[in-house]
Design a protein around this ligand. Structure first.
Ligand SMILES: [Zn+2]
Length: 150
């Protein structure tokens, strides 16, 4: 596939040690375009949109953010913990400003499905339909999202 200079830059940004120590691609050898295209198909299969998922992730991170001490239970069945870190992280697609560093862990106490994500994931899902490569630290599998949150 022929890449534009812009796409090449994005692809490089996603590699280990560029914007994030662990990168966004994991051991996934697909181009990020393919990762996005495949996840769009996955979303169609399970009947969810990137917006709906981002809304749901934001709903939990907003509620959990003000809880400083350990975990909180939201809507009776979601155990959520927000760990906040100093600083901001850039979007690998080149959006300025940066996104708050932090990590949200959620366990659905009804079925034990577990998710772990960052504020940057919320942005990348909503704006780029990018769920990260398979094997990446914060890869969010749409089917697991469905099981955990819907
Ligand atoms: Zn972006």
């Amino acid at each position: 596939m022929k890449e534009t200079p812009q796409e090449l830059k994005i692809h490089n940004n996603m590699k280990k040690g560029m914007i994030s120590v662990t990168g966004f691609l994991g051991d996934d050898e697909r181009h990020y375009h393919e990762i996005i295209a495949d996840d769009k198909k996955n979303l169609e299969k399970i009947g969810l949109s990137a917006d709906k998922i981002a809304d749901r992730l934001e709903y939990f991170s907003r509620k959990a953010f003000p809880v400083y001490d350990g975990t909180t239970i939201i809507d009776e069945i979601y155990q959520v913990e927000y760990r906040s870190y100093r600083g901001r992280i850039m979007c690998p697609f080149g959006h300025g400003g940066g996104y708050r560093k932090g990590e949200i862990t959620l366990v659905n106490l009804q079925n034990n499905a577990r998710l772990c994500w960052t504020p940057l994931n919320e942005h990348m899902i909503r704006t780029h339909c990018f769920f990260e490569g398979v094997g990446s630290n914060h890869r969010l599998d749409p089917e697991i999202i469905k099981k955990a949150l819907f």
